[in-house]
Ligand binder design. Structure first.
Ligand SMILES: NC(=O)c1ccc[n+]([C@@H]2O[C@H](COP(=O)([O-])OP(=O)(O)OC[C@H]3O[C@@H](n4cnc5c(N)ncnc54)[C@H](O)[C@@H]3O)[C@@H](O)[C@H]2O)c1
Length: 378
């Protein structure tokens, strides 16, 4: 008989729904699936909201207290989808109760919190993960393979960017992601954590970083017409040196007109280059520097690799290989990998130690910013 995992989701906004959808869709995307999983219950701050969602989506238990959900012996996995400042307390209590924990990014709001959770998860041998979902897009998985196969040679430089337009309108206050007391740090934590994760995942460990934060609008208008004093960065610009010697830039901004979910990167090595954009998220561009440039350009230039439909078995059979798949597919694959690791008792990556290292890098970038952009060793 297959092992069954009961998941309890804490927080049911945009990401709670994304995770619940991912769990429900696993049997469609993975066949055979070696385990079964379902959302047993959800927890939000509103009794009515929790009850309504459970009725609409068929979940058994509605909670308003995360501690009560954690104490429920029927729940195997605690999945944290709440605002950033709440992650530590919920994850800490879940680890104390011996539960496996999947936590949304950014892992915590400080390096100290992240270190404490990573140490506790390791001590208890619990399988825990942080949702850096972009790693699990097929095109990014192919980028990682190509780098590991040596297709880029020695990595020399990189640029990773993540841009939104959500802070560009001072007549609009976007909510808790603009409030440092709830998000920890604005764009750096929200978008920078993703960009740093991808850079580290693909190009290697960070050695040093310098950073510059930017607040373009001192105030934003709240719904009731009153003014919100901006207290979280609206953009953050970084220069990083990696242990391999590569140097590059990471910039994140919510002040960028014309962007939607504008994640993109370029990596340049001695043997070639990679380019990627989430706007065209199923395709990876690869340039092999050994391709001849003659005659008339030869076969030089970037090749578009259609990666998305080719997830390894037991994925990949649905939908058809030729069908574009998108952002949600990365979340589904990340959920598959995480729950498969819990069911089989194997390691999942990115784990809490990875989450802690990303917090450490972001803390160094903030220190650099506070010290006028001085380079800070990691
Ligand atoms: N990986 C990604 O692609 C991605 C995308 C967006 C957001 N996120 C992360 O996911 C997390 C949630 O973001 P979101 O956009 O879903 O937020 P949201 O505001 O849409 O939803 C937050 C939910 O948490 C609930 N909540 C708040 N405090 C709670 C508490 N103490 N106990 C129980 N429930 C509580 C709210 O009622 C709400 O249901 C954040 O950490 C964010 O950074 C990740």
């Amino acid at each position: 008989m297959k092992k069954h995992l009961n998941v309890g989701i804490v927080g049911f906004g945009a990401m709670g729904k994304t995770h619940a959808y991912s769990i429900a869709s696993l049997p469609y995307f993975y066949s055979p699936l070696e385990f079964t999983a379902s959302v047993h219950g959800i927890c939000t701050t509103s009794k009515e909201k929790s009850a309504r969602i459970c009725e609409e989506l068929g979940f058994a238990r509605a909670y308003t207290d995360a501690q009560e959900m954690i104490a429920d012996p029927e729940i195997d996995v605690i999945d944290i989808c709440t605002p950033n400042v709440t992650h530590f307390e919920i994850a800490n209590a879940a680890l104390d109760a011996g539960k496996s924990v999947l936590c949304e990014k950014p892992f915590t709001v400080s390096y100290a919190q992240a270190q404490a959770l990573a140490a506790k998860a390791a001590d208890q041998g619990l399988i825990c993960g942080v949702v850096y979902n972009n790693r699990h897009l097929a095109a990014i998985m192919r980028a990682k393979q190509l780098i590991e196969e040596g297709a880029l040679g020695r990595i020399l430089s990189f640029s990773f960017h993540y841009r939104h337009d959500s802070d560009i309108d001072p007549a609009r206050f976007v909510g808790w992601k603009q409030d440092a007391t709830v998000c920890g740090a604005g764009t750096l934590f929200d978008l920078g954590s993703h960009a740093i994760d991808l850079c580290r995942h693909l190009c290697g460990e960070f050695a040093s970083i310098s950073g510059k934060s930017h607040i373009a609008f001192d105030t934003h208008k709240q719904k009731d017409g009153s003014l919100w004093q901006t207290n979280a960065d609206e953009a953050f610009y970084m220069t990083a040196t990696l242990e391999c010697g590569a140097v590059g830039q990471i910039s994140v901004s919510k002040l960028a007109h014309g962007t939607e979910d504008g994640l993109s990167f370029e990596v340049y090595g001695t043997g070639g280059a990679l380019r990627y954009s989430l706007a065209e998220c199923d395709i990876l561009y690869y340039m092999d520097a050994s391709s001849p440039k003659l005659p008339l350009g030869g076969t030089s230039g970037f090749t578009a690799i259609p990666a998305s439909g080719r997830y390894p078995a037991p994925g990949g059979a649905f939908p058809a290989v030729k069908a574009p798949q998108g952002w949600l597919r990365g979340h589904i694959h990340g959920m598959y990998l995480y729950l498969d690791a819990v069911a089989s008792g194997t390691h999942f990556s990115p784990d809490f130690a990875d989450g802690a290292q990303i917090q450490r890098i972001m803390a160094a970038a903030m220190k650099s910013d506070a010290e006028g952009g001085k380079e800070v060793q990691i």
